[in-house]
Design a protein around this ligand. Structure first.
Ligand code: ZN
Length: 340
């Protein structure tokens, strides 16, 4: 048998042995030993190179190498296939649920604040911020609430010392802004406020407000009504009706509370609106000329309106949250409902 025939016969024998291995007639070790070991069929070919003419050696050398590479590649493939089909740790169960990627969500109070900012920015209001730790002067006196004024009882206050306090409303940022700016003014001011109240389902020691202030020449109560009606319709929907009831705040005159028709029963009456058909949303009024005196505005020239919205109240209504404390609980189950 020539060398060429020998190489050919090894190739053919391997095909047969491969089939035998797949049928389970020989083991992997037997197959590997027969072809790839030091005494295997392929190793036996190399000494035969000495028996052929020198000029043929490179050609046959290449041939033997290529058959050897082919057979060892195929044998390695067989062991890989064997491993992947018998080793269950490598298998993939495509019916298993995937890994859930956790993502954060926007806090519901932040969502409401952003929405209200966006509604007012469309009609030219810019956003300003005031300090949370403030003085008695900015929080009370300059808002026409002198010491001993009974209105101070409406807001139980956290005092830091005799003159310093945690602001009880965002109205204090009005004074800071007016001191530094001249009319016309069109601003809203969101932020935290603090009151020393008993903690319950309805009240908490801190909450959020958005204050609004509009000052220009010839501003009338009808401007206030138009602006806040636009706000209510954008926040709760086009079909919402508004009404204004007389009220009292020391820094506005006249003062009012604005109600919207109940968003749950469309004004027919339900337990959320206590069967009145209306929900109280915010306090507002024309800025009292007394307040203008504190910031040296000419009240014969300028007039304006102010309003204050409680963010928690709006969020509780919009999202059907029954307990105000949920907003401060950090409860992930509660918060993840507000994913975008
Ligand atoms: Zn209702």
């Amino acid at each position: 048998m020539s060398l060429n025939e020998k190489i050919q016969s090894i190739s053919e024998a391997f095909l047969k042995d491969k089939n035998d291995f797949n049928s389970g007639l020989i083991t992997f070790e037997e197959l590997k030993n027969k072809y790839l070991s030091r005494k295997g069929l392929l190793s036996e070919l190399y000494p035969l190179l000495n028996d052929i003419p020198d000029s043929d050696k490179p050609v046959f050398g290449k041939k033997i190498n290529s058959v050897k590479n082919e057979i060892s590649y195929e044998i390695n493939q067989l062991i890989d296939d064997e491993n992947s089909s018998s080793d269950s740790s490598f298998s993939i169960d495509s019916t298993m649920p995937g890994l859930d990627k956790l993502s954060g969500s926007i806090h519901p109070l932040t969502k409401i604040i952003e929405e209200i900012k966006s509604i007012f920015s469309r009609i030219g209001f810019s956003t300003i911020y005031g300090p949370e730790v403030d003085t008695d002067y900015y929080n009370f006196e300059a808002l026409n609430i002198p010491k001993d004024h009974p209105a101070r009882d409406m807001q139980d206050t956290f005092y830091i010392d005799k003159e310093t306090l945690l602001r009880t409303h965002t109205s204090s940022s009005q004074i800071h802004f007016m001191e530094k700016n001249q009319p016309p003014i069109r601003v809203i001011s969101p932020g935290r406020v603090y009151r020393n109240e008993d903690i319950s389902v309805r009240s908490y020691c801190l909450f959020h407000q958005i204050e609004g202030l509009y000052i220009d020449k010839n501003v009338k109560f009808s401007d206030l009504k138009g602006t806040l009606d636009y706000f209510a319709k954008n926040l709760f929907g086009e079909n919402v009706k508004t009404r204004f009831r007389p009220s009292y705040f020391p820094f506005t005159e006249p003062s009012a509370e604005m109600d919207v028709s109940c968003i749950f029963c469309n004004g027919k009456g339900c337990n959320i609106c206590k069967y009145s058909g209306w929900l109280e949303i915010l306090g507002c009024g024309m800025v009292d000329p007394e307040v203008f005196k504190f910031v040296n505005y000419d009240s014969d020239l300028w007039s304006g309106f102010a309003f204050g919205v409680g963010i928690e109240r709006i969020a509780m209504l919009k999202y059907g949250v029954k307990d105000i404390r949920m907003f401060y609980s950090g409860d992930v189950q509660f918060l993840k409902q507000f994913k975008l």
